[in-house]
Design a protein around this ligand. Structure first.
Ligand code: FES
Length: 128
């Protein structure tokens, strides 16, 4: 496993600290190097869901397992209406926030690709 530090977010920050990611919000990172180009999004549940999951943040590739296209209906918007799930904007598939499992929609039973990460010196290090 290679350790790649991701530098650029869609908001133009040179790095991003997840401490600034408030509950019920997402942050997208564009991954561009010579061998790959895709997006990763961080997602943090709303507070009421976070109580069960210890205020966790999760990271996934922005690729729907149904048609291998982006999930968000506008950049950085991944939640369904009541923010209880991740929703694909194309055909409405719903995914659990904490593990990316699709429980409703055309790709039921499949999962988003989870991305492992750690926080070091206020930077996010994704393990790609
Ligand atoms: S492309 Fe995501 S549900 Fe069809």
């Amino acid at each position: 496993m290679n350790e790649n530090i991701i530098y650029i977010s869609t908001t133009g920050e040179t790095f991003y600290s997840p401490k600034n990611l408030s509950p019920g919000n997402c942050q997208v990172f564009k991954i561009n190097d010579s061998s790959k180009s895709f997006e990763i999004f961080l997602i943090k549940s709303p507070l009421e869901l976070n109580k069960k999951k210890n205020n966790e943040i999760f990271a996934y590739k922005n690729i729907c397992p149904h048609q291998k296209i982006s999930l968000d209906w506008k950049p950085g918007s991944f939640f369904n209406y009541d923010k209880t799930a991740i929703q694909c904007s194309t055909h409405g598939a719903l995914f659990r926030i904490y593990d990316g499992f699709c429980f409703k929609g055309p790709c039921s039973g499949k999962s988003l690709e989870k991305v492992d990460f750690k926080i070091k010196n206020d930077k996010i290090i994704f393990f790609l």
